[in-house]
Design a protein around this ligand. Structure first.
Ligand SMILES: *[C@@H]1O[C@H](CO)[C@@H](O)[C@H](O)[C@H]1NC(C)=O
Ligand SMILES: *[C@@H]1O[C@H](CO)[C@@H](O)[C@H](O)[C@H]1NC(C)=O
Ligand SMILES: [Zn+2]
Length: 394
């Protein structure tokens, strides 16, 4: 006899083999009160004065002082406000068509919050991603939607998640489940460098940072795995790669791009519609930001972006990028003034809610398994099956 969690939970599905049937829990949406409690970034994400966004709205081309300033902004924010997040750099250099044979520096930043009991390589990580570099041309380009605003949104998400994750981890430890079942879930935020092409988008002139990071993470083995821990490389620890790009213009239309993560898209879209119904969002677009619940809008164009090197390594991707692109795309008008701030603040709340719902799942599954164990079935075995299959070692 076995029960499955809803298939929508595909790669977190728990397969339970029990001698006699008992109630089955499921992925629980955040309660209404929880949704209401998710804060807006408010004026902190103001393009002129907001401490999250304003420091990013400068030209920040790799190899220039703007790049360094923005890196410091990110690092300082985590050091001062979010000290329990680890900070890691992943640096590389590469020649570009405009660097005249010289190597330019690219630096990805990785901010990570894991359960306190895990050893390196043991947690699966919800991975939220945006690129922080700006285009070399036109000169003075600040890329507000591309992707200063998405970076600032992720800083807000980190602040929101931090408060709740501490409580979740504390409760898990009290349950005695920490480290004993394989549902150790953490979150990491990747702020990537060198997404933009310097001259013309080609496979070599683009995605400098994400290619370097994906390569490193595919090739670095994690410490030898203990009983439950099956992640061979940092790449395989990524439970979902949620990439934000070109967000901040009014009335975005974001399709569901990939069939294997449509279930995650549906969760994100449901959060949007629940928040709208509760009047927790400020914008009032004629269609939702995430209208593609049935995956029918057809805009499944091949969009090249930072997910590609990770997808090539078998990672599941949820690409949150509008189709069509914003009108200001790659023009000087992609600046702070042209951002639609209600839309920016709404995205910040929607993504924060998604991250909390995801992490909350860990605690709920742990409680459920604890309850099952306490039933003291004589012949009960529990097997938690993690996807993707290719990463399983037994
Ligand atoms: C950081 O983690 C420690 C240990 O879990 C905890 O006691 C402390 O309150 C946390 N600090 C913050 C700012 O959350
Ligand atoms: C990576 O580069 C940044 C700045 O470009 C530097 O501050 C940092 O120390 C470097 N980190 C490593 C691990 O090389
Ligand atoms: Zn761009």
């Amino acid at each position: 006899m076995f029960f499955l969690l809803p298939s929508s939970l595909s790669f977190l599905s728990a397969l339970l083999l029990l001698q006699s049937p008992h109630a089955v829990t499921s992925y629980k949406s955040l309660s209404e009160s929880f949704l209401r409690a998710i804060p807006s970034p408010g004026s902190d994400i103001d393009p002129l004065t907001g401490p999250l966004l304003a420091p990013i709205l400068i030209p920040r081309v790799p190899g220039t002082p703007g790049q360094t300033k923005v890196q410091h902004h990110f690092v300082n924010l985590f050091r001062s406000e979010l000290p329990n997040w680890s900070i890691e750099w992943q640096n590389s250099t590469a020649r570009t068509p405009i660097s005249g044979g010289a190597e330019l520096p690219f630096a990805n930043l990785i901010f990570r919050r894991e359960p306190p009991w895990v050893k390196p390589g043991q947690a699966n990580l919800l991975t939220l991603v945006a690129h922080y570099d700006s285009k070399y041309q036109p000169e003075g380009f600040v890329g507000a939607t591309d992707s200063a605003a998405p970076c600032a949104m992720l800083l807000h998400v980190a602040r929101v998640v931090d408060k709740h994750v501490q409580r979740m981890y504390d409760e898990m430890q009290e349950l005695g489940e920490g480290g004993s079942v394989e549902m150790d879930m953490g979150i990491q935020i990747l702020l990537l460098d060198g997404e933009e092409a310097f001259e013309k988008w080609t496979e070599d002139d683009s995605l400098y940072g994400s290619r370097a990071l994906a390569q490193q993470w595919s090739l670095s083995p994690n410490p030898p795995s203990a009983k439950f821990y099956k992640y061979r490389t940092p790449m395989s620890q990524i439970s979902l790669f949620l990439l934000l790009d070109l967000l901040g213009s009014p009335s975005p239309h974001v399709p569901s791009y990939f069939p294997t993560t449509h279930w995650a898209y549906q969760h994100l879209s449901t959060i949007e519609s629940r928040m709208r119904a509760l009047q927790l969002l400020e914008s009032s677009p004629s269609t939702p930001f995430l209208p593609d619940m049935d995956r029918t809008t057809g805009a499944h164009a091949a969009i090249s972006d930072d997910h590609l090197p990770f997808m090539g390594g078998g990672v599941e991707v949820l690409h949150v990028i509008p189709h069509p692109f914003p009108d200001v795309w790659h023009s000087m008008e992609d600046d702070g003034q042209h951002l639609d701030m209600p839309t920016v603040r709404d995205w910040s709340k929607i993504v924060a809610a998604f991250a909390l719902e995801w992490l909350d799942m860990m605690e709920k599954i742990a409680k459920w398994i604890k309850a099952m164990i306490s039933l003291k079935q004589t012949e009960m075995s529990i097997e938690i099956e993690w996807m993707p299959e290719s990463y399983r070692m037994d």
